[in-house]
Design a protein around this ligand. Structure first.
Ligand SMILES: C[S@@+](CC[C@H](N)C(=O)[O-])C[C@H]1O[C@@H](n2cnc3c(N)ncnc32)[C@H](O)[C@@H]1O
Length: 258
């Protein structure tokens, strides 16, 4: 994380948000206004990922934030190594880990300088779209996977991302040009279409790659309204198979094998 001009913008934005809206940042607290939404969103991921996380296995969660996936793994007795560039997120994650059956080790470092940990499962949820060089991060994490291990990942999607309620205003040109959006001091996002994802994972078997997040955080959030988990899965399924709306997913969720 060398300069203040690209991926580090996300850290600056996060530091400010921990001061101004901490209740939104620590969404694992049941009284957070984002709690229900973020855990429903986790269900979307786990529908595809849960079968790959054996109880008690070792997990390396990169850019794991406050531990949305780490705590779920800890509840399955896993040995979780949580990496994040944001020290406050790690401190909050340690609080959420207390009393759970698994063990948590936090590493205050970056995806570009990973600790020397070998894991059965690596999680990179909503991370590879925020780093300066996702290919380099993938190359660096591959040796951390045991042979036959699994990488669970998600990235922001090119065509649906810009229609989400939380997209910043005034950046349509960036989305139309190269799909890389950079708001200095706020955020840096590289959005992916299917070809981009497959190119990034060239040489990795990709048993799962799915379009997701149409409703929660996606372009259809507003019109779908409040949903429970059954409605969420049903809307997602219908939108994914729709001839026009199907291409407007907010995210890609995948499983790659090392
Ligand atoms: C959108 S959040 C996702 C958090 C978590 N994976 C989840 O899904 O709840 C992105 C996280 O990646 C972290 N991050 C961004 N760039 C990073 C980097 N280069 N190295 C390590 N962490 C990074 C941020 O601090 C943040 O916690």
């Amino acid at each position: 994380m060398k300069d203040g001009s690209s991926a580090t913008a996300n850290l600056v934005g996060a530091a400010e948000a921990w001061v101004t809206t901490p209740e939104w940042m620590d969404f694992l607290r049941p009284d957070s206004p984002a709690h229900r939404h973020k855990l429903l969103e986790r269900e979307l991921y786990l529908r595809l990922w849960a079968p790959y996380v054996r109880p008690g296995c070792r997990v390396l969660d990169i850019g794991g934030g406050i531990g949305r996936f780490a705590v779920w793994c800890l509840d399955r007795g896993c040995d979780v190594h949580l990496v994040d560039a944001d020290a406050i997120s790690l401190e909050v994650a340690r609080g959420h880990a207390r009393g759970r059956p698994g063990t948590l080790t936090t590493h205050h470092t970056t995806a570009e300088a990973l600790p020397h940990v070998e894991a059965d499962v690596v999680i990179a949820a909503e991370l590879l779209c925020y780093v300066h060089d996702a290919g380099a991060v993938l190359a660096g994490l591959r040796p951390r996977l045991v042979p036959g291990g699994t990488l669970l990942f998600s990235v922001e999607a090119r065509w649906g991302w810009g229609m989400a309620l939380d997209a910043p205003t005034g950046h349509l040109g960036a989305l139309l040009d190269d799909g890389v959006l950079h708001v200095p001091g706020d955020r840096y996002v590289r959005t992916y279409d299917e070809v981009d994802v497959r190119e990034l994972f060239d040489g990795w078997p990709l048993p799962v790659l799915e379009r997701t997040h149409y409703v929660l955080s996606g372009p259809f959030q507003q019109v779908a309204g409040d949903v429970d988990v059954e409605a969420l899965f049903a809307w997602e399924q219908r939108l994914r198979s729709h001839p026009i709306f199907g291409k407007l997913n907010r995210a890609w969720v995948g499983v790659a094998t090392g």
